[in-house]
Design a protein around this ligand. Structure first.
Ligand SMILES: *[C@@H]1O[C@H](CO)[C@@H](O)[C@H](O)[C@H]1NC(C)=O
Ligand SMILES: *[C@@H]1O[C@H](CO)[C@@H](O)[C@H](O)[C@H]1NC(C)=O
Ligand SMILES: *[C@@H]1O[C@H](CO)[C@@H](O)[C@H](O)[C@H]1NC(C)=O
Ligand SMILES: *[C@@H]1O[C@H](CO)[C@@H](O)[C@H](O)[C@H]1NC(C)=O
Ligand SMILES: *[C@@H]1O[C@H](CO)[C@@H](O)[C@H](O)[C@H]1NC(C)=O
Ligand SMILES: *[C@@H]1O[C@H](CO)[C@@H](O)[C@H](O)[C@H]1NC(C)=O
Ligand SMILES: *[C@@H]1O[C@H](CO)[C@@H](O)[C@H](O)[C@H]1NC(C)=O
Ligand SMILES: *[C@@H]1O[C@H](CO)[C@@H](O)[C@H](O)[C@H]1NC(C)=O
Ligand SMILES: *[C@@H]1O[C@H](CO)[C@@H](O)[C@H](O)[C@H]1NC(C)=O
Length: 367
């Protein structure tokens, strides 16, 4: 019994460690397939939420600064250098993402979520803490930073109340929908000029206005962050993600074009699907339990008691190791987050220089 339990604890640790993120770019290398979502995932955060399920999420920075309250998952930053970032362990290939959230208030503080693919297709929503009437949408193809696709959309008090930000991403078009109103539509275009590869969802809070950031970023962020006014809190009430493919276990790259038609949705139950449907297995065990005689229940309870004790000891040891590792990984993750944002530098610099007046037209699109 004890060996069985420890074996399972070890398996759990091994499978978590095996979820390696691919740094492989399918445009110029043969890359492993991506784990698909392959279903719909919705979650509403509350005071009874204990964590972002590590089978579904990787918290790559600031994990200790996520609090769960009845308002939602609160991502908090309070001093220079702080950021909180969570990214899905699964990919979606087209589909919809609905995030109901209240952005952090505070000049220079950015609340954001984006879809990011292995070949650097990217779909963004960024909310400046000091701008109470507009939010920004942006996208990239193949990480091409010479594309200036940012636009601003009217939004009433994104820091004052929850809003429904929905991305509707199909083979035909990409839409940003704010509280049910389509704010922006981008029509399909060729690979590199339209995001079309399997993507993870990433969300978080950071200070584009920190004095350590380049001037262009500080300007883009709406000015210098004033940490004496913190802490700054982004609150995510709920997330709902519907993958464009159902019954997909992985997404396999067929060639190096970055064209969606070269990517195969391999059918089967995804790891995420299995995680999400574990609940029904638990329920059927509960039903079986209620059907047992009380003698059988007592026998099982004694066995389980001993096993649980061992499991608690093993899990505690794992948690301590994980937490130590978490601290070490945070620095690396922070750096990666910064690098991701550095790719936006050129654009931000141009914005700061006023080269980008067209983005202020709000609803208008340039095609
Ligand atoms: C997710 O976290 C696991 C450890 O929990 C790590 O091995 C893996 O590389 C992470 N994946 C990404 C994409 O960061
Ligand atoms: C492959 O793409 C990555 C990311 O764009 C780039 O850094 C790397 O230099 C490329 N490698 C080759 C061989 O083209
Ligand atoms: C998922 O969505 C359904 C239907 O809208 C809802 O009843 C359910 O409570 C949601 N689940 C979570 C965990 O938010
Ligand atoms: C908010 O953003 C809009 C669009 O970029 C801009 O015109 C406005 O000046 C900004 N307001 C503040 C307070 O930064
Ligand atoms: C990047 O995008 C710009 C603007 O659309 C385009 O002129 C340029 O050719 C693109 N660069 C690459 C490498 O595709
Ligand atoms: C997304 O777009 C598709 C195609 O236009 C449409 O059928 C669907 O209703 C849209 N979904 C949402 C949530 O708006
Ligand atoms: C959020 O907006 C989307 C797009 O309009 C809509 O389909 C969805 O029902 C909305 N969610 C809620 C909880 O109202
Ligand atoms: C940034 O702005 C500050 C204040 O305006 C100025 O002193 C500094 O030289 C600027 N730095 C760069 C790199 O432009
Ligand atoms: C899902 O894919 C598996 C493997 O190809 C197949 O056996 C199963 O019938 C599919 N289920 C659905 C609901 O399409």
């Amino acid at each position: 019994m004890s060996r069985f339990t420890l074996f399972h604890v070890a398996l759990l640790a091994a499978s978590v460690a095996a979820q390696t993120s691919t740094t492989c770019n399918p445009l110029n290398a043969t890359c492993p397939s991506d784990a698909a979502l392959g279903t719909t995932y919705n979650t509403t955060f509350s005071a009874s939420t204990t964590e972002l399920d590590p089978n579904l999420w990787n918290v790559t920075a600031g994990g200790e600064s996520i609090q769960f309250t009845d308002k939602g998952a609160e991502l908090v930053i309070s001093e220079s250098g702080d950021s909180v970032t969570a990214q899905s362990a699964f990919y979606m290939s087209f589909g919809t993402v609905e995030i109901i959230m209240e952005a952090a208030a505070g000049q220079g503080i950015i609340s954001t979520f984006n879809l990011l693919s292995d070949d650097l297709d990217e779909i963004d929503l960024e909310i400046m803490g000091g701008n109470e009437s507009y939010v920004e949408s942006n996208w990239y193809g193949h990480g091409n930073t010479s594309q200036y696709n940012a636009l601003y959309h009217p939004c009433d008090g994104p820091q004052q109340k929850m809003h429904n930000y929905t991305i509707n991403w199909t083979k035909a078009q990409l839409e940003w929908i704010i509280d049910g109103t389509v704010a922006r539509t981008v029509p399909y275009a060729a690979s590199g000029q339209y995001p079309q590869t399997p993507s993870i969802l990433k969300f978080g809070i950071w200070a584009g206005g920190d004095s350590s950031e380049p001037n262009g970023t500080i300007t883009w962020a709406g000015g210098l962050a004033d940490w004496s006014k913190g802490p700054f809190t982004m609150t995510v009430q709920s997330i709902k993600i519907t993958d464009g493919s159902t019954n997909a276990s992985t997404y396999a790259y067929g060639d190096m074009t970055g064209d969606y038609s070269s990517i195969t949705a391999v059918s089967g139950e995804s790891k995420a699907y299995k995680v999400l449907h574990k609940q029904s297995t638990v329920q059927s065990v509960a039903q079986k339990w209620s059907g047992l005689s009380s003698g059988a229940k007592i026998g099982i309870a004694c066995g389980v008691g001993g096993t649980l004790l061992l499991a608690v000891v093993a899990m505690t040891a794992c948690c301590i190791v994980q937490r130590r590792r978490g601290r070490r990984e945070k620095a690396a993750a922070d750096q990666q987050w910064d690098e991701n944002h550095n790719e936006l530098m050129e654009y931000r610099q141009r914005m700061a220089n006023g080269d980008f007046a067209i983005s202020h037209l709000g609803h208008s699109e340039k095609f």
